[in-house]
Structure formats: structure tokens, C-alpha cells
Design a protein around this ligand. Sequence first.
Ligand code: HEM
Length: 169
Amino acid sequence: MKTDIEGAIVTEQFLLRLTFILISRFLLMISINSRIGLFVFCTIATCPAVFAETLYERLGGEKGVTQFVEQTIDLTASDPVTKRSFDKVDLKKLKLKIAEHICALTDGPCKYTGDPMKIVHQGLDITEAEFFAMVEILRGTLNRSGVSESAKNELLRILAPMKRDVVSK
Ligand code: HEM
């Protein structure tokens, strides 16, 4: 016959084993399903950065950015106010460079390989009126592309300070 002390030891060992099994199951679940584990953790710890989209993604990624850049350049190069500077420019190459630049500026997976804004626009004698006309064309293409109001404004806020390097007249 088991004594009371032996019975208590058996119960304690059983509870310890049960606790161990439950903890290892929980850890296994988190490691197998780390996305869910991370999600639970993030909800608790409120770390939205883990799942937040980059501005590049919110602008439609490669497809979206390529599309609105191509439309913006086509319209800018044919608009009576802005077309003057684009006379002898290779528009296909320019579209690629501008899309790459925007990708890099908005945390996309690209590295800008063109020249600095000041150097590129030097000698083009771009006026403030031309700059604002191009911004309005871009605003229009972004509106038509279905990009959210906040993503559009974030991009325009990033480009606005470049006026000092683009405008020279
Ligand atoms: C924030 C506004 C602007 C940005 C971010 C921007 C960006 C760029 C980029 C990335 C390039 C290509 C650089 C390279 O090939 O290495 C470029 C070239 C050019 N940009 Fe802009 N640009 C802006 C405003 C303007 C405006 C307002 C105009 C004229 C109305 C303009 C006219 C041109 C022209 C004509 C070229 C081609 C220059 C050449 O190939 O010789 N840009 N721009």
C-alpha cells in the first residue's frame, strides 16, 4: 500500500509532466506556425511595423509605379507647359530611371542608379511653373490609378523638397 507521502510525490510528478507537455506543445505551435505566433505577439505588443506595407507597396508595387510613371511622363512630355525640356530625351529610358528612383525613395526593393537630381536637371532651365505643372499631372495620374489619398500625399511630400534641385530659373 502507498503511503500519503508517496501519493503526494506521484501527483506532483504527474503535474510537473503535464506542465512540461503543455509548455512544449505551446512552443511547438508557435515555432510551426510562427506567423500566427508573431501575429498574436504583435497584437499584444502592438508592433504594427512587422506587417506594415511599404509606401512602394501601397503605390501598387512594380506594376502600379511603372504604370503611373509612364502616364505622367507621356503627359508631361506632351503638355504645352512642360514639353519643352523633353524634346530630345529618350522617354523609354527616362521612365525606367524615374520608376527606379521612386521605388528607392518609397522603400521598394530598388537602388537608384541615376545621377543626383541637381546634376540631371542642370541646364534644363526648369521654371517653378513647369515644376508645379508636372506635380499636378502626377497628382492626376495617381488619382486615376486608384492609389489611396494617404499614399498619394506621402509620395508628393517626398518629392516636394526636390524642387530646389530641379528648378533653376
Ligand atoms: C520632383 C520632381 C522630379 C523628379 C523626382 C525627377 C526625376 C528625374 C530622374 C530620376 C531623371 C533621370 C535621371 C537619370 O537619367 O540619371 C530625370 C530626368 C529628367 N527630368 Fe526630371 N524629375 C523631376 C522634375 C522634373 C520636371 C518638373 C521636369 C520638366 C518639366 C523634368 C524634366 C526632366 C528631363 C527633361 C530629364 C531628362 C534629362 C536628360 O536625360 O538629359 N523633371 N528626372
